[in-house]
Design a protein around this ligand. Sequence first.
Ligand code: 13P
Length: 256
Amino acid sequence: MNKTKRAAVIAGNWKMNKTPSEAKTLLEQIIPVAKGADCEVIACVPYVDLAVAIETVKGTNVKIGAENCHWAESGAFTGEISTGMLKEIGVEYVVLGHSERRQYFGETDETVNKRTKAALAAGLKPIVCVGELLWERECNITEEVIARQIKLDLYDISAEDAKKTIIAYEPVWAIGTGKTATADQAEEVCAFIRAQLAKQYDEQTAQAITIQYGGSMNDANAAELLSKENVDGGLIGGASLVAEKFGAIIDAATKG
Ligand code: 13P
């Protein structure tokens, strides 16, 4: 992290976990552990939990995000949720292009780009996820894969909007597997992402963008990962569902 240059952001991605009443309980446990944090704290929760989540965190430093959004304002898109719907209830962030959406729900860089533009246009802050598969890492094409995702996912997005966007580097092989990238591996790719952003925009823009690491980040490994210059925070799955563990990660970001 380099808090003098950009915001440190610790975000939980709850995925398909917690009913509305369970969400309320978990947030009530997260609020005290997030209090006074010297980093942004976000919980990205399932759609049906959003309303109760926003109500529960009112007046605290915990922010709420959604886990996806559609690019159209409205229309015949059964099962989808628009940016306007999210904005109206007070959602601030939205996770886009998560590898689980790419793997299981046919998300492509083109649709990630469309969703990112729609989110920015609506005043939502996107958390755009990129990351290589294990096979791609083994074939030594991690940088090619990441460069392509960054180019396409942020295609036609202005520098001003790019600065409102958080990039989450999530190596797919590290998600939910207990296999964390080493701090050096995370730093290497996060630094590469920043260099790619500098090429696409300019150095000043690249230095201002928060780049998170995600993939089995937990209370035991967070401090080391966050000690790296280009790792500006975390996008946390499993450990964000346990207030004590999420709190320890917030602490690591506060101290770092
Ligand atoms: P885990 O922390 O459970 O590995 O999940 C990471 C992730 O996918 C966050 O978006």
